[in-house]
Design a protein around this ligand. Structure first.
Ligand SMILES: [Zn+2]
Length: 98
């Protein structure tokens, strides 16, 4: 009765409880209604004086998800997920332009 680990199950790397798979999760959609995204990152340079191994390093920081359909950069959190806002449509000015 040994359980074989499924190849597509990543234990706790996603922060999910054991037994919670992608099918249990609510999909997030862009305000345009599509749900395919590219990850966006900002890149920063850490000099050799700023890293613990003494080597200069490229640091990539998550900067949201780019909608594959409309190109909007979505910085989803619990206040910026359109489906979690049942009565208030998201403002067109949501998200900061840098
Ligand atoms: Zn979109």
């Amino acid at each position: 009765m040994a359980q074989q680990p499924k190849p597509n199950q990543k234990p706790s790397a996603s922060g999910l409880l054991p037994g919670i798979g992608p099918n249990e999760l609510k999909p997030i959609k862009c305000i345009c209604g599509k749900s395919i995204f590219f990850p966006a990152v900002t890149a920063k340079f850490a000099s050799r004086f700023q890293t613990d191994n003494g080597l200069p390093t490229l640091i990539q920081l998550p900067a949201g998800l780019i909608c594959a359909s409309c190109g909007k950069i979505n910085k989803f959190d619990t206040t910026d997920i359109p489906e979690l806002q049942p009565s208030t449509p998201p403002s067109p000015t949501i998200g900061t332009i840098q």
